[in-house]
Design a protein around this ligand. Structure first.
Ligand code: NDP
Length: 388
């Protein structure tokens, strides 16, 4: 069966990896649409290579004077409304959502409501609106296939039985580049150092989040919504080799782990071919050549984002949306050189103290909290910048 797919975030790291997998299996996949924020040149290259006729661009200004880069028959979808329309494209049966941030929330809702299978990489969507997205997917009997490597690992370990018999989810973490740094050394970390992940090659935002372990905090939230598990049943273990991508412990004491090389093409391929399995996207692991696999508990004093994330989840309101938005603003400020590495965590805590979110009544209320939290975090950052 050929899968007709629209790729949101087609110019990014996950989008590019997905296109690499698809390129090797043209007989199985047909890219019927692509979308990005404003990188028109790269979208045009992808459109030509995969003969894509439906192109989404969030920022319509970026398209000015550049439509001639595309084939004359190309149909353009601009702004949020356009991306939602693209998500409902009648010729598509699936969407792969890999937009960074929350701009993919409404296109995802549109795709679910029109019955498309969702291959989901954008963790922010679940963090902010997991309660509503999960319910909507169940209501519409739409599969939500997780691309994030840890969640894809859990998804594979759970199998068809789902989380009914699972007693604990264990999310593994590379630990990022600074596990052995002291607090004082962390204070002096530069942007360049933080962007050098020891194992994974990813977009800038998620690379910084890996270094601060905010990414694991977001992943705990993501897992809680995806697999209906409370925070206390989701553990995190540092596993620097990045070969075990996560584990599930079942009530009979069995522990299942999913392993593969640290390459996003593996979980992407798993979702693209689901429920079948494609051929390995890269050389498989040589278990005999492995010296050791290590697991250890994270240092939550040094990386407070993990405990903060758990508190947000337990609060019962939309504090997760506040965490996500405040962290996003803090990462932007760090990348711009306005604050230091450890001040990102400080900014998130201070923003949560100033504004802990509101009851999760609707999807709109969660998105409103994101906007409110961004303003609060910007205020907090001004105070932090004045102090230093
Ligand atoms: P990148 O920064 O590499 O790419 C982001 C993509 O999102 C680009 O295509 C960008 O378009 C697009 N985009 C940004 N804003 C908008 C918008 N408003 N409307 C439409 N498109 C937009 O990110 P990654 O690929 O690293 O990550 C994507 C998502 O996947 C994130 O949520 C991340 O947390 C998650 N993820 C990533 C992993 C990885 O290995 N990279 C692993 C697991 C999850 P443009 O180029 O035009 O700016």
């Amino acid at each position: 069966m050929v899968r007709n797919i629209v790729i949101f975030g087609a110019t990014g790291s996950v989008g590019t990896s997905a296109l690499n997998v698809i390129d090797r299996h043209r007989e199985r996949f047909n890219v019927v649409g692509i979308a990005a924020n404003g990188n028109v040149e790269k979208l045009a290259q992808v459109a030509h290579k995969f003969s894509v006729e439906n192109v989404g661009i969030f920022d319509p200004v970026a398209l000015n004077g550049k439509t001639s880069l595309f084939a004359p028959s190309t149909e353009f979808f601009t702004g949020e409304v356009g991306l939602c329309e693209l998500a409902r494209l009648p010729s598509a049966d699936s969407i792969l959502m890999a937009i960074v941030g929350t701009a993919g929330v409404y296109p995802t809702v549109a795709a679910i409501e029109s019955g498309k299978t969702i291959l989901l990489a954008s963790k922010e969507i679940l963090v902010v609106a997991g309660k509503f997205i999960g319910a909507l997917a169940r209501e519409n009997a739409v599969p939500l296939l997780p691309i994030d490597s840890e969640h894809n690992a859990i998804f594979q370990c759970l199998g068809r039985g789902g989380s009914e018999f699972a007693s604990r989810l264990i999310i593994t973490a590379s630990g990022g580049p600074f596990q052995n740094f002291s607090r004082e050394e962390l204070e002096r970390v530069t942007v360049e150092q933080a962007l050098r992940h020891p194992v994974w090659s990813m977009g800038k935002k998620i690379t910084i989040d890996s270094a601060t372990m905010a990414n694991k905090g977001l992943e705990i939230m993501e897992a809680a919504w995806l697999f209906s598990m409370p925070s206390e049943k989701i553990d995190v273990l540092i596993h620097p080799q990045c070969l075990v991508h996560s584990m599930v412990e079942f009530r009979d004491g069995s522990l299942l782990a999913q392993m593969c090389p640290p390459n996003m093409e593996f979980p992407i391929s798993n979702c693209l071919f689901f429920p079948e399995r494609g051929h390995s996207p890269a050389q498989a692991m040589d278990l005999g050549a492995m010296k050791c696999l290590t697991f250890s508990a994270p240092d939550v004093e040094k990386f407070p984002n993990l405990s903060i994330a758990r508190e947000c989840l337990s609060s019962g309101n939309n504090a997760c949306a506040v965490f996500q938005a405040a962290n996003e603003v803090a990462v932007e400020a760090f990348l711009d050189g306005r604050i230091g590495f450890t001040q990102m965590g400080d900014a998130v805590s201070m923003a949560l103290d100033a504004y802990g979110g509101e009851p999760m009544t609707t999807l709109e209320s969660c998105l409103n909290s994101v906007s409110e939290a961004r303003k609060v975090a910007a205020d907090v950052l001004r105070k932090i910048a004045r102090r230093t």
